[in-house]
Design a protein around this ligand. Structure first.
Ligand code: TYD
Length: 137
């Protein structure tokens, strides 16, 4: 289980030289899960909200590899806001966290590294159901 204080920004390696920059993600102390899936959000209109769900067990790391996005995390008791606008910064999300992604700037590409294959049964799509589950935990 997680709370908003278990969600944290992760500084990813950044290797820059005259040819440009390279960052990478691999399991380790800062990425405490095996990466089982990668998906990415792109072509998101600036007025749209993505996420708006929670996960029972999934852990993930969100990286705005281009552009910028605001991420609000909510554990049913507290909320925290993050702003992702660098390709070498990830946001780790623990299980049982409701997340809203808003304010996508034009051209934003958000990559999400996830701890498990896609499983709709792991989702809370309804905020009240999420709150009920949190209060019963
Ligand atoms: P959705 O969960 O609404 O995206 P987000 O919450 O990140 O804004 O996903 C949109 C659709 O894509 C939904 O029908 C589920 C499907 N989907 C997959 O098939 N596989 C995946 O890995 C993900 C993340 C979503």
């Amino acid at each position: 289980m997680g709370d908003v204080w278990s969600c944290r920004l992760v500084q990813l390696p950044r290797i820059s030289d005259g040819r440009g920059s390279l960052s990478f993600v691999q399991p380790g102390p800062l990425i405490p899960f095996d990466i089982r899936r990668v998906y990415y959000l792109y072509d998101v209109p600036e007025d749209q909200v993505r996420g708006a769900h929670g996960h029972r067990t999934l852990e993930s790391l969100i990286v705005a590899v281009a552009g910028a996005v605001a991420v609000e995390v909510d554990d049913g008791r507290q909320r925290r806001s993050f702003y992702l606008d660098r390709p070498d910064i990830g946001l780790y999300l623990s299980p049982m966290i409701w997340r809203n992604l808003t304010g996508f700037s034009r051209g934003t590409v958000c990559i999400v590294l996830a701890s498990a294959p896609y499983d709709e049964a792991d989702y809370f799509r309804n905020y009240n159901a999420f709150l009920t589950a949190v209060s019963c935990a």
